[in-house]
Design a protein around this ligand. Structure first.
Ligand SMILES: NC(=O)c1ccc[n+]([C@@H]2O[C@H](COP(=O)([O-])OP(=O)(O)OC[C@H]3O[C@@H](n4cnc5c(N)ncnc54)[C@H](OP(=O)(O)O)[C@@H]3O)[C@@H](O)[C@H]2O)c1
Length: 349
């Protein structure tokens, strides 16, 4: 269970639709400029950066002076188009690289992380923004897992572990090390997940059954699983190595939202949606401005907020242990347990 912070709103109220509407209509992230945070000399990675919120996050990072921006994309042609679109924001001393990363493939993730080990002087900021949602059920051909679970949870977790491993290696070799940052993009929908899969044993396999599949709940459940993982990994990693948090952009028009629902529903959400740039500012705030108190927490509009109510429930304790064990087993091919063991040693030194 998530611990340690007292919020001025209960998780249930935070997850209520009234609060959601209030945030959409009257809330928003604070302004963010180079007076607040100057990223000169820093290297940042944004996944799913070819469009939507990822592209806007990239723009904000460049505006904050980031020296090297790596846009991680599954389709390099789309990545090149994004780089082209971002060049107008480039200042002398800044560069953009396009790196291939397909969350649907563990090999691609491992190759990407291997390449990131060579970043000099160090990798500083990782914004795990890529995600996936689909109406029809489909299994990943390589892993056999349902594709939304694969992309939004399992692959994100593998990336978190591999980046923490990189941070640890860098810290061991560099007296000037400054703590890394990993922000995983979350969603209001985590708080609305029915999470029917939770009765399944094994838990992860329950996600692979078509019988329990519906688009809304599957997406929501995978965002909830990620919140549970972030609370757990933060217990095992010192914030002096890396600050790992989740962030909510709010509902934003563009990207995943818009176009696929009924005209009346579209018209409604159009009214309550934020712009992609505003949502991306909330994400970048979490990644670069929030301090170490945000480690293992959920950041929304520049503030720490409760995660989904389930995270604080009685049931979460035992379920999170199962999730942790099954996740470590799933990612054992990449040495997940050893990576976490080394990180824990690092916490005590
Ligand atoms: N828009 C909203 O209102 C909203 C609200 C809450 C949270 N979010 C979250 O914000 C993030 C960005 O969403 P968005 O609205 O900007 O949607 P989007 O435009 O669809 O962005 C998703 C990104 O993920 C990439 N992606 C999907 N599958 C991938 C894979 N297998 N490997 C690598 N990249 C992959 C997509 O690449 P392709 O272009 O190649 O498909 C795209 O760049 C997501 O985490 C989403 O859950 C969005």
């Amino acid at each position: 269970m998530a611990q340690g912070i007292t919020f001025d709103i209960t998780p249930e109220k935070q997850a209520s639709q009234l609060q959601f509407l209030r945030r959409q209509l009257f809330g928003g992230p604070p302004g963010l400029s180079r007076h607040d945070v100057d990223l000169a000399g820093k290297t940042a990675i944004v996944t799913g950066a070819n469009g939507g919120l990822g592209l806007e996050c990239s723009r904000h990072l460049l505006n904050l002076g980031v020296s090297k921006l790596i846009i991680a994309v599954r389709n390099e042609a789309k990545g090149e188009a994004a780089r082209e679109a971002l060049t107008t924001a480039l200042e002398p001393g800044q560069s953009i690289e396009v790196w291939q990363l397909d969350y649907a493939s563990y090999e691609s993730i491992q190759e990407f992380a291997q390449r990131a080990e060579d970043i000099k002087p160090q990798l500083d900021i990782v914004l795990l923004n890529a995600a996936f949602n689909r109406t029809d059920f489909s299994l990943n051909r390589k892993t056999g897992h349902e594709e939304v679970l694969q992309i939004n949870y399992l692959s994100n977790v593998l990336l978190i572990l591999l980046f923490l491993h990189i941070f640890k290696k860098t810290k061991s070799n560099s007296p000037q090390y400054s703590p890394g940052r990993i922000t995983v993009v979350s969603s209001d929908m985590a708080g609305w997940a029915k999470f029917n899969e939770r009765t399944g044993d094994p838990l992860l396999q329950a996600f692979d059954s078509e019988a329990s599949y519906d688009k809304f709940n599957r997406y929501a459940s995978t965002k909830l699983l990620t919140q549970l993982f972030v609370t757990e990994i933060a217990k095992r990693v010192s914030s002096s190595l890396a600050v790992v948090n989740c962030a909510n952009p709010g509902l934003c028009w563009g990207g995943m939202m818009g176009g696929e629902t009924s005209a009346i529903f579209n018209a409604f959400i159009r009214v309550i949606c934020r712009s992609l740039s505003t949502g991306a500012r909330a994400l970048v705030d979490a990644a670069v401005r929030q301090g170490e108190t945000s480690h293992g927490q959920y950041v929304e509009d520049g503030m720490l907020r409760p995660m989904a109510p389930f995270v604080y429930s009685e049931e979460a304790g035992q379920l999170t242990r199962r999730l942790w064990d099954e996740t470590m087993e799933e990612l054992s091919f990449a040495g997940a347990r050893e990576i976490v063991g080394n990180l824990a040693e690092c916490k005590n030194t």
